[in-house]
Write a protein that binds this ligand. Structure first.
Ligand code: SF4
Length: 374
């Protein structure tokens, strides 16, 4: 028997990511046995991580902001949807000043690396990546959320936001690729796994299941959500790992048609159906309406014949993630939106109320407060 051709289960045909170059420092090349090796200094990993964690704490993707702005123009959006979208846009503008973070829960640092076999680093990559995250949290205005166990029931704050969750995978090539995520507790808590049977693999059954279970997401993870649903997986943990990646739109360029090997595929028709379903839940962007979700990703994975793990989770309104790469040309980080003000609605004089409360700031504060409460 000939060996089947190996295929990366998550192989994607292209990448739409726009990067900004951070530096040409910390990288060099050397020749070994006729191969070009990319050498990366640990300080480069540390600097990249610090920059990535800072960016994602303060900036959003342009596509995310476009979706918020779209809510304001949708006649079907409820007043509540529009109120939430407006507040989130205002919040994005404040955070883009790079002083105050986009959310008070500044999250757990989660770093995934894919390291080509011709990339050479000196030391423990996880240490440099972890330290980069700590640099940002200890030098900026980000809250420390991580608790170190002292015993089964006793804990104490690590006071650095460390440790980060670092997962580095070996792959082919001479580049080092990354996904940086900062996951808030409320968002992480809304991750679900169900061990179903093959009987659920019918459109009507799966739709009925999702219609019931997706409501468990509720609003405590701050919708509108980027919702990810994964059906299948060679293990429970692979299913949920894929949920995490899909919720960050890391798997957007998966194929939509399966192959013989068992590649992951996206299911766009089901994505549209589920998005429509969530619009009819009536939950909306927190207080009733249409915008429970910005978008939906449905990914199908290979599975054992007796198991159908189904997982789902969300990227919340903080939507903190960025891709990065290190190549022989330097260190690059995903370009996030630095001018969210362009997504704010235009305000004309017609929008201003004629009911103006005049405040004399020379009067005692108790009287000023009384005037303001009129
Ligand atoms: S769910 Fe997201 S937006 Fe809401 S508090 Fe947590 S991190 Fe912040």
């Amino acid at each position: 028997m000939t060996d089947p051709e190996y295929t990366d289960m998550y192989a994607q045909s292209k990448s739409d990511t726009q990067y900004r170059k951070l530096t040409s420092d910390y990288v060099s090349t050397l020749e070994v046995d006729g191969k070009t090796i990319l050498k990366v200094e640990p300080e480069g990993l540390r600097m990249l991580t610090a920059e990535a964690m800072k960016d994602i704490a303060h900036l959003l993707r342009t596509t995310h902001l476009e979706k918020l702005a779209k809510i304001l123009k949708d006649d079907e959006a409820s007043d509540n949807d529009r109120f939430v979208a407006t507040e989130l846009l205002k919040n994005a503008n404040i955070a883009s000043g790079m002083i105050l973070p986009g959310c008070q829960d500044t999250g757990t640092g989660i770093i995934m690396g894919k390291k080509g076999q011709f990339v050479w680093t000196d030391g423990d990559d996880a240490e440099a990546l972890n330290q980069g995250m700590i640099d940002t949290y200890t030098k900026t205005n980000l809250r420390y959320s991580q608790l170190a166990p002292q015993g089964l029931f006793e804990e104490k704050n690590t006071k650095t936001n460390g440790p980060a969750q670092v997962d580095v995978y070996a792959t082919e090539g001479d580049e080092y690729h990354f996904l940086f995520v900062s996951k808030g507790g409320g968002s992480a808590n809304k991750t679900f796994l169900f061990q179903e049977t093959p009987a659920i693999l019918r459109e009507d059954k799966l739709t009925e299941f999702l219609d019931e279970k997706l409501k468990l997401l509720g609003t405590s993870a701050c919708p509108p959500y980027h919702l990810a649903i994964v059906v299948g997986g060679l293990s429970a943990e692979q299913n949920l790992k894929t949920v995490k990646m899909a919720s960050t739109h890391y798997l957007d360029n998966l194929p939509t048609v399966g192959g013989d090997y068992g590649q992951a595929i996206r299911c766009p028709e089901m994505e549209d159906k589920v998005l429509e379903m969530t619009r009819n839940f009536g939950i909306g962007a927190q207080f009733g309406g249409k915008y429970f979700c910005h978008d939906v990703r449905v990914v199908r994975l290979p599975r054992h014949g007796a198991s159908v793990p189904i997982g789902f989770g969300v990227s919340c309104s903080a939507d903190r993630q960025a891709k990065a790469k290190i190549t022989k040309d330097g260190i690059f980080l995903e370009q996030l939106e630095r001018d969210p003000a362009r997504f704010m609605p235009d305000v004309s004089e017609d929008n201003l109320s004629n009911d103006v409360v005049k405040i004399d700031l020379n009067r005692p504060m108790s009287e000023v407060c009384k005037d303001l409460s009129q």
